[in-house]
Ligand binder design. Sequence first.
Ligand code: FAD
Ligand code: DHB
Length: 388
Amino acid sequence: MRTQVAIIGAGPAGLLLSHLLAQGGVESVVLETRSEEYVAARIRAGILEHSSVELLEAAGLGARIRAEGDEHRGIYLQWPGERHHLDFVDLTGRSVWVYGQTEVQKDLIAARRAGGQEIHYEVSDVALHDVEERPYVTFTDVSGAPQRIDAVVIAGCDGSFGPSRSAVPAAQVFERVYPYSWFGILADVAPSTDELIYAWHPDGFALHSMRSESVSRLYLQVPNGTDPQSWSDDRIWGELSKRLGHGQNGWKLNPGPITDKSVLPMRSYVQTPMRHGELYLAGDAAHIVPPTGAKGLNLAIADVALLSRALISKIKDKDSSYADAYSDHAQRRVWRCTHFSWWMTTMLHTSGDPFDAELQLSQLRWVAGSRAGATGLAENYAGLPIGY
Ligand code: FAD
Ligand code: DHB
């Protein structure tokens, strides 16, 4: 078969790209190794930046975010004995939205289905060929039949384990692996807070997030290699209560039935360039950030905003200037978010070193107590404008 853009991966990057390309009159075919149900149910990110919401709305994908998402003015930053609210709207005029990646994915699937998008789920043996000049992708479809797609370009949106990133020869890779992981739980209990709490604690970081009025999402810093099943529910709630300050100034953490437990290792990874010949990378295929600061999904959306414009100009208007500039342009935001995620991570996670702890507390007091400090965090968290 033949198409204009062969998109590898039906995560948020791949599906949003197919959606924006279709709106710009460019056709695509999407390949995905997993089933549609699996992709829609994967529990991952929960926070959308101001500009991600603007972009999704402009693409006709904002109705459910407005109806079912929860707009937050800011976050709480805390350490033992103190909790401070940072009001992003007051500081920067920009807010964030609590709206799970599962919901973004469902909205994208519904929109692409309505648009008649060709998506091949449960494919295997995906391989990229001749990416320098006449790109094509081969794969085995769900029935076991071998297939080939010839395309003008290939978009590698296949996350950190897909084949696209290694199809860029001699890429430069920057990587940092952190000596701790996040233990995440989902619980059927109303959140104990109106906005997210990021808590520094000598025994490790904790985060109180949420998915809805009746579902809480919480995270604990744990050592790498922790087995989520080795922690009882009582131990999890006990540790969360301690680190989040249950009892501090009358605040209470309400426990409830835990419906999901997982452990997420943390690393920063950037691969450059994000283009080789007619192969373009977007989202986790090109970069990974540690989750502190909620940038991963938002960065994938920002890449796709640039890439869709670049590919529409190249294919429809025969203007390659945006495509030629794509990698350099995208990397500006990638490095901004890589720095912000690293900064949030190293400010909030304890290493056991007392010198580090004093530096972290000093930094937290400054961020929470100075308008300049708070504005820096707010501007990065609520997100710089698309196109930065
Ligand atoms: P992905 O969502 O990974 O999508 C890539 C797709 O490509 C997948 O559907 C995959 O199945 C498919 N694929 C892989 N190989 C192939 C192949 N060979 N052929 C075809 N398709 C293939 N970010 C946050 O901001 N906050 C969080 O709390 C958070 N939690 C996370 C938890 C986990 C466990 C993970 C893995 C990530 C988390 N992230 C979080 C990061 C965020 O979810 C990602 O940044 C975001 O999903 C990136 O979207 P993407 O489309 O680039 O990649
Ligand atoms: C969530 C994840 C994050 O990484 C974060 O910084 C805030 C919230 C979440 O899953 O809700």
